[in-house]
Design a protein around this ligand. Structure first.
Ligand code: BTN
Length: 215
């Protein structure tokens, strides 16, 4: 069961950091760390994740059983929780073309653990200028969204049909994308979760973590 035991912090630097400490000290699979506020919340590719206190789900769960599709599984669970039909590869969840939830997976697969960090904007706030973000603002409390997310994670972390569910929400398919070395048209994902892109020189597969994608 994902979410037990649960450690809650009023303020911490990053729930992913706390969960990694717990991983090193032998905490059990499913241990959950939450916070009202983070002073150094982190996003993918060195970005920061900023949310005013009690405006967002800020959670990290320690997993000792997972597979290579974990980032996509988490995206489907977060999208389901948010009522979103839009996932931007690999795991940004959008509502109406703006980001409502983000996912940061860190860990040591060789040591048999991963920390799955998820942030969901719940309460409407003034987002920093230039940040294309949106909040759920659907009347649910932060804790209600967290509980729904845990139920979805329980389902999708072990589901056989996660690639189908992810593909149904593929927000990039058919859109132009570019990255450091190239550009092309997004053409879905392969069964490993790599992004397929049709370029002038043929089809290529991009691995998450290796490329920074621009739309
Ligand atoms: C991204 O969109 O780039 C990923 C954002 C992940 C944010 C969450 S909030 C809870 C957990 N703790 C962190 O420091 N980051 C993740």
């Amino acid at each position: 069961m994902i979410g037990r035991p649960r450690v809650h912090h009023a303020l911490t630097d990053s729930t992913n950091e706390r969960a990694k400490e717990l991983a090193a000290s032998g905490a059990v699979n499913g241990t959950l760390v939450t916070a009202d506020e983070q002073s150094a919340g982190r996003g993918r590719q060195g970005r920061e994740w900023v949310a005013p206190a009690r405006s967002a789900v800020l959670m990290s769960v320690l997993l000792r059983e997972f597979d290579a599709l974990l980032p996509l599984r988490a995206a489907v669970a977060a999208a389901e929780t948010c009522g979103s039909e839009e996932i931007k590869w690999p795991n940004d969840v959008w509502l109406g073309g703006r980001k409502v939830a983000g996912i940061l997976v860190e860990g040591r697969p060789a040591e048999g653990w991963a920390v799955l960090g998820i942030g969901v904007n719940v309460v409407a706030v003034e987002f920093p200028a230039g940040l294309d973000a949106v909040a759920l603002d659907d009347g649910r409390s932060v804790d209600a969204v967290l509980q729904a997310l845990l139920v979805s994670l329980d389902r999708w972390l072990g589901a056989d049909d996660v690639l189908r569910a992810w593909r149904e929400r593929d927000a990039l398919k058919g859109r132009g994308v570019s990255w450091g070395e190239g550009s092309g048209t997004a053409a879905g994902i392969d069964d490993s979760g790599a992004l397929l892109v049709d370029t002038a020189s043929g089809r290529t597969a991009l691995q998450a973590g290796e490329v920074h994608l621009t739309l």
